[in-house]
Ligand binder design. Structure first.
Ligand SMILES: [Zn+2]
Length: 319
């Protein structure tokens, strides 16, 4: 729930004057990098291992079959929760030619951590996946903090910048968020209700298309062009059931799929976030603030009310 309000809160704080004229350059072909957080599997401690293994396999099968490069961000606690299956999932990602990055040891919110604790979160997050990636000759480039945070104060932000540089990471950006974790919570609740699961899948895919369009328009308003997009997803059951259709939505919106490294080679990502925030806004909002472009985050659509009610109470409103 916390993250749903972030965009509007953040935009409300971004009451800056001025605006930069849109650069006149031809529309680049749309490209997107797909990323999955919370590997080996989201909510690993609360899920049957066999279910996690099967759902992860479905996600990878879709990625491979549809030739979609992806980066999975590993949380060491989730590896431990799944035991040998967690390790097997990570190995599967690397074998399939997918990339892994670091998502921290415990998924703790860094806003409240001191420098030593943040360092531990980064270093302990490497325990399983980094030796594995190295043994398979695969590069590891990116770090993404839990909740997409980058430092709540200027001191913390610059500490993080040095820690990541010291460990050889680039901070992973993200430009499109669909609150897929919330739809997945609803999906888990509807485990024995097939009709509700279909309804949640449809709502999620509709919301995804809306959010893709919203964020592309936001980035274009701020930068005068659409930089490579970076989609933030979680490795969960909902995406196992819907990823093929989500890939179809991206294609129908004119996107090609590229790696995260390729996406972040674009100059829009050449500098790290220039300001501290307690929130985890998508990069469009960060760019807006850095460039003093006024944007209206209240235009961003939230997941449907009935779905939010269903997550809270088990009853979907408005049926
Ligand atoms: Zn996460």
């Amino acid at each position: 729930m916390q993250r749903i309000l972030i965009a509007s809160l953040f935009a409300a704080m971004t009451l800056l004057i001025g605006g930069s004229p849109a650069a006149s350059r031809p529309q680049d072909a749309r490209v997107v990098a797909i990323t999955f957080d919370d590997l080996p599997f989201a909510n690993a401690a609360a899920i049957e291992r066999t279910e996690a293994v099967e759902a992860d396999r479905a996600i990878r099968r879709t990625l491979v079959r549809r030739r979609v490069p992806a980066t999975g961000f590993v949380t060491e606690n989730n590896v431990r929760a799944l035991g040998p299956d967690g390790l097997a999932i990570l190995r599967g990602w690397l074998r399939d030619g997918l990339d892994l990055g670091n998502h921290g040891a415990t998924h703790t919110d860094i806003n409240d951590l001191d420098a030593a604790a943040i360092r531990r979160e980064i270093v302990d997050g490497e325990a399983t996946f980094l030796p594995l990636a190295r043994s398979m000759g695969r590069p590891v480039t990116f770090y993404r903090f839990a909740y997409n945070h980058v430092g709540a104060t200027e001191a913390q932000r610059s500490t993080i910048e040095s820690l990541l540089a010291e460990r050889g990471y680039r901070l992973a950006a993200s430009t499109i968020d669909t609150s897929d974790y919330l739809f997945d919570e609803a999906y888990a609740r509807a485990a024995r209700d097939r009709a509700m699961r279909r309804r949640i899948e449809r709502a999620y895919l509709d919301h995804s298309r809306t959010q893709i369009r919203y964020y592309q328009a936001l980035n274009k308003q701020v930068l005068g062009r659409e930089p490579p997009a970076i989609m933030l997803l979680h490795n969960n059951r909902l995406n196992a059931a819907t990823l093929d259709r989500l890939v179809g939505i991206f294609r129908s919106e004119g996107f090609r799929f590229i790696s995260l490294a390729k996406a972040q080679a674009d100059e829009a990502y050449s500098t790290s976030p220039a300001f501290a925030t307690r929130f985890g806004p998508m990069w469009g909002y960060r760019w807006a603030r850095e460039r003093r472009v006024r944007v209206d985050g209240s235009l961003e659509q939230e997941p449907p009310k009935w779905l939010q009610d269903y997550v809270k109470t088990g009853v979907a409103s408005g049926q």
